[in-house]
Design a protein around this ligand. Sequence first.
Ligand code: PLP
Length: 304
Amino acid sequence: MNDLLSLEATLTLPSPCQPFTPEWPGSNSVNLWVKRDDAIHSVISGNKWRKLQHTLKTFGHSQIVSFGGAYSNHLHALGFACWKLGIPMTALVRGHESATPSPMLQDLVEWGIEIEFVDRKTYQQRNTEGYLTRLKSRFNNAFIIPEGGSEASAIYGIQAMVNEVRNVVDFDTIMAPVASGATLSGIVSALTPKQSAIGIGVLKGEGYLEALVEQFLPLSSCTHSTNPNQNWHINHSYHFGGYAKVTPELKQFCDTFNSTMPFHIEPVYSGKLFWALKDMLSKGVFKQGSNIVVVHTGGLQGAR
Ligand SMILES: *Cc1c(COP(=O)(O)O)cnc(C)c1O
């Protein structure tokens, strides 16, 4: 078996899509499922495998360069995959070496991933053409993957996830957290006209997040503010002050959830998603009797 096949043999795919029956106000008036992408693999979890799979399956370069913070789920998943596949990788990490090394960075070191710390100003250039051209020549024509693994081909793997869900439930609404937007793009591009998607913004980004989602969509699915037929939107009420910002209430919610529910969440992505679900159920936002799928995008390593 080659390395990719042996890696794939360790993944739980299709991931489970399970009924979810919390005792929350309003939950009896709808039918809930959770798509357990957190269960795909202990390291390459959730949407990060979905987003990387196309690139890894078609990979033809000599090495990979990518970006992220010190707790990045993307760098963690990609680093593990590169280690298993024998692909040399350099992680450009936002911040300073002097900061305490996170468990994520310690794992990268163990897997033989080169780490280069990048100051904030340089990091801001991560999507600009000039900077990327310089990186390419410095890293011997490396394949460069954007922050979060959100390149155009990322949506293929997400579409495959939606198709797995379709085999289990004919859903009306599907919900997922939104940060760089590729996951929601992939979901939207796989919907039938009768289905709708709700993104939960995990950072402050009204307008900005919609634009990120639209960059991967065909034009007909765009113009979110003016198109009454559009079947997706982002709810911006649940970012808790910004990316990775946590209130004591959110932390308490995650702790209670983790001690009473059959699977775990963390405060950066899934915690905000399930908090939003609970709040929206209590407010009667969903149509009575509708089938709702919540995508657990993984990311539990970031909470270590
Ligand atoms: C990266 C990540 C997201 C965000 O997905 P985007 O495609 O960047 O919007 C959501 N959940 C988890 C657990 C993640 O690691």
